[in-house]
Design a binder for this molecule. Sequence first.
Ligand code: SF4
Ligand code: SF4
Length: 133
Amino acid sequence: MIALILEDRCNGCNTCVDVCPTLVLDATDGVPVIARIDACQTCYMCEVYCPQDAIYVASDQFAVEHVTREEVLASDQLGKIRHDHGWDRPGEIGHLDDYRMLGPYLGEGAETSARRYAARHAGKGAPANPAPR
Ligand code: SF4
Ligand code: SF4
């Protein structure tokens, strides 16, 4: 489940709000709010799309993990999935395929998030993140 948004890293872009397949997050004038954590399916889409590496999603799908900013920073996990799967490297293919192979939740989450991301950037020029295929 999503566990933490690091306020000092977040730039308020609301990309995580847009791509969350199950509408867990609410937009604000600044840092999004984790409003419906019970709906989180641990798909990691908010984490991989966050351009600031400001979101930590814990691996337990059923229980909330309480972590501090310091613990997350010390874990070296922030942005790891994003970087390991090439999400931050435009032109490199295969990052969505990895998620489809990981199971229905991740596959469904990736498809839904890709649609929302594409809609968000429609007509706005090249997005800052690699466009999902
Ligand atoms: S995607 Fe990252 S930087 Fe953008 S609002 Fe969400 S947490 Fe903040
Ligand atoms: S892990 Fe997936 S379901 Fe949970 S908040 Fe992030 S995008 Fe939404």
